[in-house]
Ligand binder design. Structure first.
Ligand SMILES: Nc1ncnc2c1ncn2[C@@H]1O[C@H](COP(=O)(O)OP(=O)(O)OP(=O)(O)O)[C@@H](O)[C@H]1O
Ligand SMILES: [Mg+2]
Length: 509
């Protein structure tokens, strides 16, 4: 008749299983070693516990100096009780440490701790190879028993698995970090090679713009920059100014759309003191930009009166302050930008043709981002690095599927929208690699560029859900060429669940 194990045996077994579960959920090696040590001291009612890991190449054991510390103690595996266990695989249970010749007193000397008794068991991995030793010190009362030996061995075999997993994950993380750094470095090199004056882009269209900026760097001709909102018109204007002979003179930007008609003249040309009560004299923007560049942003929004006044300054190169009697000569290069089609505005009578030709000596058109999707990875990485630099964060990168989505999104707000989205993703992501789940749900899918946002119709939730279900089922069936098994998987349904819904909505298979 086999005898039943004593009840305390079952209790310990249950404790060991619970500890093992806790160990398996700890992925960080240092925290795991702390956890194992804490659990072992309480399970075996002793003062201290440590795991020593064996480095076979160097014949060294290493262990943490203390709970919560990251300092590592390394010593020759041929010395001491833990070393002996790690090299031979033998369990060693010593009642009086100082009377045992294998005991290595130097560790007590170093830590100031006084060891009375020691129990050490080997830690083996799944292939029964010894990866270290598990040692407990100073049983709270008496010495370690045979049952303690069994418990520690059981705990050691669970710990081995958790330790190896944590080591592996640590190694993967380190490799990942290294790759991330290398990747960031490569991107930086690509960018340095191609970026000129802050305009990023290696494709033909961007490079044409960059080359144009370089070609006209020695001249001060007026340039008209067109393009949709967020395509980099102001960036191009700055590149033109800062690469021109006027670089050390002011760059003055003026948003024409924000100028009320009544203030226009005084803003552009200045005002003399005392024109009205309490008015102080003020220098106008033309004069501020003297010798430099005046950037007339949103020039398409200027009124016809304002256009006439500006044209006069460009022709005569003089300004008159409001209330002033003298002409002040100014030397200003005009860079103008608009997202309107000025030729259409001319045809409609909203824009003066003569002004148009005066500002459009050279025309630069900034293409919308959807026409230069090949630039998206470079731009995205550039903005990501900018974020990391500004926030002093370590290098980050975008998971390949995130990049794919970014490349195919429609980007109605162009590069500015891409920049904002990258900043948001980087700020929200806790990991170094930005994952798909961090993506903004609002990243519109490709092919819906111009689709106007449908206002939400008032309808019952039920019918809205039904509508959505039908659409998703139809799309899944189309995507899988009516393979019901695959379509169900895509939708997260069982095949029968899908069939039921198809019947309900009368969708043909
Ligand atoms: N090719 C590019 N390389 C790097 N950054 C870019 C590029 N194009 C645009 N940007 C960035 O996108 C943002 C928007 O650019 P910018 O303000 O020049 O656009 P814009 O055409 O003047 O827009 P809006 O018409 O709305 O005024 C800026 O942060 C700018 O630095
Ligand atoms: Mg702008």
């Amino acid at each position: 008749m086999s005898s039943l194990p004593p009840p305390e045996f079952n209790e310990r077994l249950a404790d060991i299983l619970a500890i093992s579960q806790r160990m398996n959920s700890q992925r960080d090696l240092s925290a795991l070693l702390d956890l194992i040590a804490r659990e072992a001291t309480s399970l075996l009612s002793c003062e201290r516990a440590s795991i020593f890991l064996l480095d076979r190449e160097r014949n060294e054991l290493s262990s943490k100096v203390a709970l919560g510390s990251d300092e590592i103690l390394r010593f020759d595996a041929r010395r001491g009780i833990a070393g002996n266990t790690a090299l031979t695989g033998n369990t060693i249970n010593v009642r009086d440490a100082y009377s045992d010749p294998r005991f290595y007193t130097a560790i007590d000397d170093k830590t100031g701790y006084r060891t009375r008794n020691v129990l050490a068991v080997a830690v083996r991995n799944q292939h029964a190879e010894i990866i270290g030793a598990f040692e407990v010190l100073n049983k709270r009362s008496g010495a370690f028993s045979a049952r303690d030996e069994e418990s520690l061995s059981a705990l050691a075999s669970h710990a081995a698995i958790a330790v190896e997993t944590a080591q592996l994950i640590g190694e993967l993380r380190r490799n990942q970090d290294e790759l991330t750094q290398q990747n960031a470095h490569l991107w930086r090199e690509v960018e340095n090679r191609y970026a000129a004056h802050g305009i990023i882009g290696t494709g033909q269209r961007m490079q044409q713009i960059v080359r144009l900026v370089e070609r006209i760097r020695d001249s001060v001709v007026n340039v008209l920059i067109t393009g949709e909102s967020g395509t980099g018109k102001e960036l191009a204007a700055k590149a033109l100014h800062y690469n021109s002979p006027r670089v050390r003179k002011p760059f003055v930007a003026l948003n024409c759309a924000a100028l009320p008609e009544t203030l226009l003249e005084s803003e552009l040309f200045g005002i003399e003191k005392g024109v009205a009560t309490g008015v102080n004299s003020r220098v106008g923007q033309f004069q501020k930009a003297d010798g430099g560049t005046l950037f007339l942003d949103e020039i398409g929004d200027l009124s016809l009166t304002a256009q006439a006044k500006i044209l006069r300054v460009l022709e005569e190169r003089v300004v008159e302050r409001v209330g002033g009697r003298n002409s002040i000569s100014v030397d200003v290069r005009i860079l103008a930008a608009t997202n309107k089609d000025l030729e259409t505005e001319i045809a409609k009578g909203n824009f003066r043709e003569d002004l148009y030709y005066r500002i459009k000596v050279i025309h630069v058109h900034m293409p919308p981002l959807r026409e230069m999707r090949e630039e998206i990875p470079l731009l995205a990485n550039h903005f990501l690095r900018e974020y990391c630099r500004e926030t002093a964060r370590g290098a980050m990168e975008l998971a390949p599927e995130v990049m794919r989505k970014l490349v195919s999104a429609p980007w109605p707000g162009n590069v500015r929208q891409l920049r904002n989205e990258i900043m948001r993703l980087a700020a929200c992501s806790r990991l170094n690699v930005i994952q798909e789940e961090d993506l903004w749900e609002g990243i519109p899918s490709p092919g819906r560029d111009q689709a106007p946002v449908q206002p939400v119709k008032l309808q019952s939730l039920k019918s809205a859900v039904a509508e959505m279900e039908q659409r998703m089922i139809a799309e899944a069936l189309q995507a899988t060429r009516s393979n019901q098994q695959q379509a169900a998987r895509l939708l997260g349904l069982s095949r029968q669940g899908l069939i039921n819904k198809m019947k309900r909505y009368a969708i043909a298979g």
